[in-house]
Design a protein around this ligand. Structure first.
Ligand code: NAP
Length: 291
């Protein structure tokens, strides 16, 4: 199913979109329009629902029609990486997943801004990953995007666990290959290897979509620990509720990461880094009002 594009009153405006399937729920148009208003940039930003079997064709058509930039969401981040594999940023190359596409000198370029979005949100909340023991739950596109940035931020331990253990091991192998300096800080296993005491536990699974928390037997929260769910909703997610009951001192959802990764995409395309704070407040209010 393809979402019909809204009519564009001024075809000279630079055109951007978020591409995914489904994509109707995406808050990206609101975020980018708010950034544009804040920075004085003129643009239109649409939702583009690509058929599951024709992501590449939909991307090509978008850029052939003069589109400037695309944000890529579930389930296409790995396919976007494949399409842009001759024009990847270092972050995207290592992540194996792309969430930002644009055309430069006739070549498709790809970057992954999820990691910076997460780090900026942790910093905003006074949670510096340096010296921390971090449990990263999940091994899909989102986990791939944040694993190296967390290691680079100086965590002492990053343990990746996933329901499908092979995927956690594959991510571990990819990270060890790409950044051997961090090999000693990195480990991986199944969800049943989550036991231990953690300073930060990040839920990078999509379990909260079904209002479920991943099963993490033996995982304990250190004093002052943070539980971070990349998912966001109008009320605390299942993972946030579990973490609170399991003793996490701080719990939060991924709305700040969402706005943070969008800010870096906006900067790549428009050359100006917008202020995340006011947009995050407006988006939270919109979410609470159920708009
Ligand atoms: P994905 O590539 O489809 O990966 C899904 C992951 O969730 C896999 O590791 C999968 O495990 C795991 N999973 C799903 N249901 C589970 C359950 N009930 N229990 C345990 N594990 C479960 O998706 P993604 O792109 O990585 O996205 C993951 C989540 O992050 C989504 O909720 C997405 O909305 C969120 N996200 C947020 C931001 C943000 O800016 N806030 C950015 C990116 C992603 P298996 O491998 O075993 O299937």
């Amino acid at each position: 199913m393809t979402t019909p594009a809204p009519p564009i009153s001024n075809p000279a405006l630079r055109k951007f979109a978020v591409i995914g399937n489904p994509v109707a729920h995406s808050r990206s148009p609101f975020i980018h329009e708010a950034f544009a208003a804040q920075t004085g940039v003129s643009l239109v930003y649409e939702r583009l629902c690509a058929p599951l079997d024709n992501f590449a064709g939909t991307v090509k058509q978008f850029f052939d029609d003069g589109g400037v930039g695309l944000n890529v969401t579930v389930p296409f981040k790995e396919q976007a990486w494949q399409m842009a594999k001759d024009g990847l940023s270092e972050r995207a190359r290592v992540a194996g997943a792309v969430n930002t596409l644009w055309m430069q000198d006739g070549q498709l370029k790809g970057c992954n801004t999820d990691g910076i979005g997460l780090l900026n949100d942790l910093e905003r909340q006074g949670q510096n990953p340096t010296g921390k023991r971090i449990l990263l739950v999940g091994a899909g596109g989102a986990a791939k995007g944040v694993a190296l940035p967390l290691l680079e931020a100086g965590c002492t331990k990053l343990h990746i666990v996933n329901r499908t253990v092979e995927k956690a091991m594959a991510l571990h192998a990819a990270m060890t290959d790409a950044a051997p300096t961090y090999a000693l800080s990195l480990s991986a296993g199944g969800l049943d290897s989550a036991d231990g005491q953690w300073d930060i536990v990040i839920n990078a699974t999509s379990s909260s979509i079904d209002d479920k928390a991943p099963d993490l037997p033996g995982a304990r929260f250190a004093p002052n620990a943070l539980a971070y769910d990349m998912f966001y909703a109008t009320r605390p997610t299942a993972f946030m509720r579990w973490a609170e009951s399991a003793g996490a001192a701080h719990v939060c959802d991924g709305l700040g990461m969402l706005v943070g990764q969008a800010a870096v995409s906006f900067q790549i395309w428009n050359g100006v880094l917008p202020d995340v704070g006011p947009v995050l407040i407006a988006l939270r209010a919109q979410l609470h009002a159920n708009l």
